[in-house]
Design a protein around this ligand. Structure first.
Ligand SMILES: Nc1ncnc2c1ncn2[C@@H]1O[C@H](COP(=O)(O)OP(=O)(O)OP(=O)(O)O)[C@@H](O)[C@H]1O
Ligand SMILES: [Mg+2]
Length: 348
């Protein structure tokens, strides 16, 4: 009997409102989603409690996890550097980093990745050195160490620590190469993940990232708005947000200014990208728990004046028989980052 070699990893998206986990397995040479789940982070509990809950309530095959960090201690820069090989890049990056990051290089963990070579022919023809785009990520060492310590303390085996915005990009790439969604390499798509307290933006052309930003607005602002306007506590406001019943008009009024705020902030990022690259954002893909808010798609589409829709990171992804496909699809937008983290199974 021939046994298929399987290898699994859990993408663990540790949010401030919920911990989402997606297990991906390599069965033969095919990626299969083998388990998923989520646990709420309660005000009276801790993030560790929520991680423990999701890890014990799901039937994962492995303790190997890919997680991500985000926030102000994570700095992302896109650099144009003269063409060099990977060894040279490794040596150059510490020096380059010093110029671009607001922290002491000794205080950070650095990572870099060669992106693509743009307008190469044009530059060479003009007698200029060929350049390449390089992604530089710097993260405060203390943040990485605390994060790593928390995971190992919970008995998990961290394999890769990623950055939210790139996990989102990876989920999109994984989806896009699985289906035929981006046969067009030149298409510019803005991926927007709206969580509870923050919104991650990653603008990709084809599948290559050109711009990322984090905005500190999210679903909890909608809840806060409802609570204030309707004079109800946050718990009640959360319920009303999800299912407003006959108070729908009041709820809409309460959240409107916050949608406007978030939409306008996101639009500033589009403007920045469009000015810098002289290219329009073609389409917007929404994910994150807060993107499930009623009317959000239409409201943002009106603000952006671009096609805006929720997308499913699992659309072309096979799942094993014991996965509840209906529940998976219902939760899919909220799982985008976790799917992107788990997609790193390719290299882990
Ligand atoms: N059906 C729904 N309608 C409206 N909002 C919803 C719905 N389901 C979840 N949310 C909201 O989504 C948010 C949680 O989403 P998500 O799990 O993506 O956040 P998170 O990753 O924990 O937060 P962050 O990334 O900001 O730390 C909460 O604000 C929650 O109220
Ligand atoms: Mg999140």
């Amino acid at each position: 009997m021939v046994f298929k070699r399987t290898k699994s990893i859990v993408g663990l998206d540790i949010g401030s409102h919920a911990v989402k986990a997606v297990e991906m397995s390599l069965v033969g040479n095919e990626f299969v989603l083998t388990e998923f789940g989520q646990a709420q982070v309660y005000a009276e509990g801790s993030i560790s409690d929520a991680i423990n809950e999701v890890m014990s309530s799901c039937r994962f095959r492995t303790k190997r996890v890919v997680t991500s960090v985000s926030g102000k201690s994570v700095i992302v820069r896109y650099l144009n550097l003269v063409q060099m090989n990977d060894d040279e890049l490794k040596n150059a990056i510490r020096f380059e980093a010093d110029k671009y990051i607001p922290f002491d290089v000794d205080e950070v963990v650095l990572d870099c990745q060669r992106l693509d070579d743009l307008d190469q022919a044009v530059r060479v023809e003009a007698g200029q050195d060929a350049e390449m785009r390089v992604l530089l990520v710097a993260c405060k060492r203390s943040l990485v160490e605390d994060h790593f310590g928390m995971l190992t303390g919970l008995g998990l085996q961290p394999e890769i620590i990623d950055v939210d915005a790139f996990a989102l990009g990876n989920a999109y790439e994984f989806m896009a190469t699985g289906g035929e969604a981006i046969a067009d390499d030149d298409r510019v798509v803005a991926l927007i993940d709206i969580g509870a307290n923050k919104t991650n933006i990653n603008i990709v052309r084809g599948t290559s990232s050109f711009f990322t930003r984090e905005i500190y607005l999210g679903g909890d602002d909608f809840t806060g708005g409802i609570s204030k306007k309707l004079s109800v506590d946050l718990h009640e406001a959360e319920l009303l947000k999800r299912d407003p019943g006959d108070q729908i008009e009041d709820v809409k009024d309460a959240i409107f200014p916050y949608i406007d705020d978030i939409g306008n902030e996101i639009r500033l990022s589009f403007d920045y990208y469009e000015n810098q690259f002289d290219r329009e954002v073609d389409e917007v893909f929404l994910s994150g728990g807060a993107s499930r808010l009623m009317t959000l798609e239409e409201s943002l589409e009106r603000i952006f004046e671009k096609k805006t829709s929720l997308w499913s990171p699992v659309e072309y992804l096979k799942s094993s028989d014991r996965v509840d496909r209906e529940l998976l699809e219902e939760n899919a937008p909220q799982l985008a980052i976790a799917v992107g983290l788990a997609s790193r199974l390719q290299v882990a």
